[in-house]
Design a protein around this ligand. Structure first.
Ligand SMILES: NC(=O)c1ccc[n+]([C@@H]2O[C@H](COP(=O)([O-])OP(=O)(O)OC[C@H]3O[C@@H](n4cnc5c(N)ncnc54)[C@H](OP(=O)(O)O)[C@@H]3O)[C@@H](O)[C@H]2O)c1
Length: 341
């Protein structure tokens, strides 16, 4: 009897102090990701402890997992081994506890957020985050849907609005419209009143039309940089075209914003974009997402106004994060890949 009581107590203590998480100790393929029992995080005075109910996977996860490009090792993520042992930037869950200086949240609040500046950690049962990384979850979506928003939608929003200066009535083209960033970009561009052309492959045309694209180009059948059409704003979310091809598809005062695609495309946008922008009227460059509470709240409003609806491709349980990342890395996701916790 005494023995049973002791066992029960220690199991309960263990539940209080420990949690399950997907951990990696060395850089490598998804094979290095392991489900482990680890210490449950304790919130600092200015932190919120979130019980994770869903997370979403993004390309950033496999870049951090493999330390690719190599430069990442020199950017504070760990030279020889990963500094942050638990991946996952985009999270949705319920506030479990708050530090003494936290004013914006209380236990029980339903939140979503971007952990990029808090050391990641969404692929776990609990995570600590600063108040600024979180916002109240849109009321009309599930935790799984909310978890798709923080990185991908904010990337699309900042690319279109902040860098692209999107305006109502503009002709906007989204390349890579069917992926995690692209599905948000199509809907956000429509919410700004643009006429949207989406570029994707044959099997994804119907989905892209269903989220509001006015025109759809099947990249397996036609090359939008060769058909004589011109756009006011092009957001390159995925795929590859040289910067000269994007330039050809832009109006004389058009804007090209690269948020994703091949490494060659990124270097062209970073190095040649500013040169082209200085010498001509077209503006070209890349945009990297900046975690930002105001933009999380902006997206919450768009979602609650039913102007944007997260598109989920597949769901994987926490123990299968490695499979989720393998799937994402194959490069053919339709919308977002979600981790259920
Ligand atoms: N700038 C930033 O801060 C930031 C933030 C987030 C992500 N990113 C980057 O953005 C890129 C896209 O992210 P994501 O989450 O959208 O990726 P994703 O969900 O993995 O993108 C997959 C989609 O891209 C489409 N695609 C692949 N090749 C294409 C092509 N040649 N033309 C048109 N579409 C193509 C695929 O369609 P098919 O299967 O039909 O080919 C698929 O639907 C990644 O490179 C990521 O690193 C950057």
């Amino acid at each position: 009897m005494t023995q049973t009581k002791t066992n029960t107590t220690s199991v309960r203590n263990m539940e209080d102090t420990h949690m399950r998480a997907i951990v990696y100790h060395t850089y490598g393929s998804p094979d290095v990701l392991k489900l482990e029992e680890v210490q449950k995080p304790v919130p600092q005075d200015d932190e919120v402890l979130v019980k994770v109910l869903a997370a979403s996977a993004a390309a950033g996860d496999w870049h951090l997992l493999r330390a690719k490009p190599f430069l990442m090792r020199l950017m504070g993520f760990g030279l020889l081994k990963p500094k942050h042992k638990i991946l996952g930037a985009a999270v949705a869950g319920r506030v479990e506890a708050v530090g003494r200086n936290v004013t914006q949240f209380q236990p029980g609040d339903e939140v979503f957020g971007d952990l990029t500046k808090c050391g990641f950690g969404a692929f776990a049962e609990y995570v600590c985050a600063s108040e600024d990384a979180l916002a109240l979850k849109p009321a009309n979506v599930t935790f799984e849907e909310a978890a798709t928003v923080p990185v991908s939608a904010v990337t699309a929003l900042q690319g279109l609005r902040d860098q692209g200066h999107i305006q109502p009535g503009q002709k906007v083209l989204i390349n890579g419209a069917s992926g995690g960033v692209g599905t948000f970009a199509v809907q956000i561009a429509k919410s700004f009143g643009a006429e949207v052309t989406a570029v994707c492959s044959t099997g994804k045309m119907e989905m892209v039309r269903s989220i509001g694209a006015d025109h759809v180009i099947d990249y397996t059948q036609a090359d939008f940089t060769q058909n004589g059409q011109r756009y006011d704003l092009i957001l390159a979310a995925n795929g590859y075209h040289p910067i000269s091809a994007y330039q050809r598809a832009l109006n004389p005062q058009g804007m090209y914003v690269m948020t994703g695609g091949s490494t060659a495309q990124l270097f062209q946008a970073m190095l040649l974009g500013p040169l082209i922008s200085r010498t001509g009227r077209q503006k070209m460059g890349n945009s990297a997402h900046k975690p930002n509470k105001k933009d999380l709240m902006f997206m919450k409003e768009l979602i609650e106004a039913s102007k944007v609806k997260p598109i989920i491709d597949r769901r994987f349980p926490l123990r299968d994060v490695a499979d989720a990342i393998r799937y994402l890395e194959a490069g053919h996701a339709q919308g977002k890949v979600v981790i259920t916790v």
